[in-house]
Design a protein around this ligand. Structure first.
Ligand code: HEC
Ligand code: HEC
Ligand code: HEC
Ligand code: HEC
Ligand code: HEC
Ligand code: HEC
Ligand code: HEC
Length: 448
């Protein structure tokens, strides 16, 4: 196979756990979709009919019929259907160039697409890999007719299917998914996942689990319907507008776009275009609304997991799986618990950007609270709003300086990368004095 690079820029850790139930999503979904639901009734002379009526070339794939995916189509000016409250991420560029530029280079903007759209689809053309568990089986990838074919060859036969969706930006990993029934929904999560770190295919996370979870087949796994739906919900802005767990290609807005976090923004853009007063520009989620740190963490935790999510496991600092669920760790950290509401994801991350690798900047954030001579926890003015940009925020309770290295590489000792399974490293967000300071932290790949 050609030295394939991924769509993402940086090789790094690997795939995520695939847990999550529909229950917690249902509530977040209701908020975001309330407007959409009210207006969905108007759907009649549909503008998106140009797409809906496009002939769908069907190709036989051993009994399965695959249609060309349409979710990447641009948003028409008037919306994809009458009353569409979404306007699409392209609409923000002119007025918010800074956030837009950062967003488009982040994994949020490229975490779900048609498989054939990926550079990866061409890069893996003519790749053959042995099945990691069954040497008599090989996996063959070929790119033809603008489609990525995935073949499973045994000594007696070749089963081939067309990969439909690609999950993951490619920064860490890409997993292909086929939707076999969009209504129930029934999806096939391919058995093999492409890992950036090894630049090759390996088993998808959990597919080597013992005992075998139900739904695993030689081609891949069939998660229960609510998990299948959540899979799309965490990787997109909208999955569908009706009730139920339908995966609706006509309404699906792939990727974690601006409107996933800020809410549908068509009215905002129209108001801004006619110079309406600032009050008319309010979005469902925006800075300066008095969101607490807990609420911001909760918003990120809808997808990055929070302690209430199924599959998170025991809240034990020695549970390595927690490392991939950053909000869980943050909520356990004394930095969060004892800083009077001044500590959330946006204290260290720009939510628009890809993960910064600027270690000195992270350490400077630590020291801003843990500097020598700073007042002790609880004595500074407590902030209730973390939604203001970090520099505008009132200073919250400070911590003590480090007795070991008061100006050292804080992250290396207190947030080291942890193997969260399958050799995948995640910065441990449960900030604490560790029982065994992890020496390997200093040499973790790709981190300075
Ligand atoms: C509860 C929300 C949630 C669900 C459900 C979910 N994901 Fe993800 N997924 C994430 C988040 C958050 C990340 C990025 C951080 C990480 O890696 O944990 C991610 C990352 C990924 C990646 C990239 C690898 C990586 O670690 O960055 C792939 C591939 C992926 N998910 C596939 C899937 C598939 C396939 C399903 C369904 C079977 C699924 N995910 C279900 C939230 C979710
Ligand atoms: C025609 C120009 C224009 C376009 C297009 C536009 N915005 Fe805005 N946006 C504004 C203005 C003006 C403000 C108010 C700025 C201020 O209050 O300082 C604003 C404020 C915001 C805010 C903060 C407001 C709040 O609710 O707290 C967010 C978030 C935002 N825009 C997101 C978006 C997103 C997402 C898009 C694309 C879907 C978008 N904007 C498109 C002009 C625009
Ligand atoms: C709708 C689900 C969802 C929400 C909400 C969400 N994320 Fe993510 N996030 C993801 C997924 C999926 C990925 C994996 C992207 C990829 O495939 O590389 C991700 C990746 C990331 C990354 C790594 C991006 C990169 O390119 O290096 C950071 C950092 C991040 N999220 C922070 C946040 C923060 C902070 C919030 C809250 C303000 C948040 N996320 C809210 C789903 C979500
Ligand atoms: C105190 C600072 C700090 C806070 C607060 C923080 N992070 Fe991080 N985060 C980091 C550091 C440091 C890294 C590792 C960066 C690197 O790899 O160089 C990181 C990495 C990440 C990654 C990338 C995972 C990977 O290894 O690719 C995601 C996703 C992420 N954080 C999400 C979150 C979310 C969601 C929150 C809020 C619950 C949060 N972070 C809060 C410091 C922080
Ligand atoms: C993962 C969630 C997420 C996504 C995706 C996202 N934002 Fe934001 N955005 C936030 C959060 C959280 C804040 C508040 C940041 C803070 O308090 O420091 C914010 C703040 C803003 C602001 C106000 C900035 C300021 O300094 O007042 C604007 C404007 C904005 N976002 C526009 C956008 C646009 C445009 C996009 C898409 C290109 C986008 N956002 C995508 C979470 C997100
Ligand atoms: C918003 C302020 C704030 C920021 C930013 C912050 N902390 Fe803290 N941190 C605190 C407070 C308050 C405490 C509790 C008092 C104390 O022990 O100092 C604390 C506690 C700690 C502890 C002791 C935990 C324990 O289990 O006893 C460590 C270690 C720590 N922080 C490291 C860090 C590191 C490393 C960073 C940067 C990655 C960081 N902090 C960023 C406020 C903060
Ligand atoms: C070489 C590893 C290392 C580095 C680098 C390091 N620490 Fe520590 N830190 C420790 C250890 C070990 C302890 C526990 C010391 C003890 O209990 O005697 C500790 C304790 C702490 C505490 C608890 C203080 C208390 O008295 O409760 C805080 C807060 C802290 N560190 C913050 C930081 C910050 C901020 C940085 C970066 C400027 C940093 N550390 C850099 C290893 C380190």
């Amino acid at each position: 196979m050609a030295a394939a690079t991924t769509d993402g820029e940086e090789p790094g850790a690997g795939p995520t756990g695939r847990v999550g139930g529909a229950g917690s999503f249902a509530s977040s979904r209701r908020v975001i979709l309330a407007g959409a639901l009210a207006l969905a009734a108007l759907t009649g002379a549909a503008l998106w009919s140009t797409f809906a009526t496009r002939p769908e070339p069907s190709i036989p794939t051993h009994g399965r019929v695959v249609r060309l995916l349409t979710m990447e189509r641009p948003f028409p000016d008037g919306g994809r259907y009458p009353g569409d409250p979404f306007i699409g991420p392209e609409a923000c560029r002119d007025c918010h160039p800074a956030e837009t530029a950062l967003h488009w280079r982040s994994g949020h903007a490229r975490t779900l697409s048609s498989a054939a759209w990926r550079k990866l689809a061409r890069q893996v053309d003519h790749t053959t890999v042995a099945d990691p568990e069954r040497p008599e089986v090989s996996w063959e990838y070929r790119f033809a007719d603008d489609r990525l074919y995935v073949g499973r060859r045994t000594p007696s036969k070749l089963e081939e299917l067309v990969a439909e969706y690609a999950f993951g930006s490619g920064q860490h990993a890409v997993t292909f998914v086929n939707v076999e029934n969009a209504e129930t929904p029934r999806i096939l999560e391919h058995r093999m996942t492409y890992y950036a770190r090894t630049r090759s295919f390996g088993l998808s996370p959990g597919h080597d689990a013992v005992p075998r979870p139900p739904g695993l087949t030689p081609l891949g796994g069939y998660p229960p319907p609510s998990d299948a739906w959540s899979c799309f919900a965490c990787h997109s802005t909208q999955v569908s507008t009706g009730p139920g767990l339908r995966i609706d290609e006509d309404r699906l807005i792939p990727n974690v776009s601006c409107e996933r976090c800020h809410g549908p923004a068509r009215a905002h853009v129209e108001a801004a275009a006619r110079n309406a007063p600032t009050d008319a520009l309010k979005l469902p989620f925006g800075p300066g609304r008095g969101y607490t740190a807990e609420q911001v963490i909760g918003q990120c935790g809808m997808c990055h997991r929070h302690p209430g999510k199924p599959g998170v496991g025991p809240l034990d600092p020695e549970n390595p799986h927690l490392a991939r669920f950053q909000p869980v760790g943050v909520l356990q950290s004394r930095c969060y618990r004892e800083s009077g509401g001044g500590f959330s994801c946006v204290t260290c991350h720009d939510p628009h950007d890809r993960t910064s690798r600027d270690r000195p900047a992270y350490n400077a954030t630590c020291v801003s609270c843990h500097e020598a001579g700073s007042p002790q926890a609880g004595s500074a003015s407590a902030s209730t709003s973390t939604s203001a940009p970090a520099h505008d925020r009132p200073r919250s309770a400070h911590g003590l300086p480090c007795p070991v290295e008061p100006t050292g590489d804080c992250v290396a000792c207190h947030m080291p990368p942890v193997d969260a399974g399958q050799g995948v490293l995640f910065a441990d967000h449960w900030i604490r004095v560790r029982r065994r300071p992890d020496a390997s932290a200093r040499q973790a790949p790709g981190r300075q």
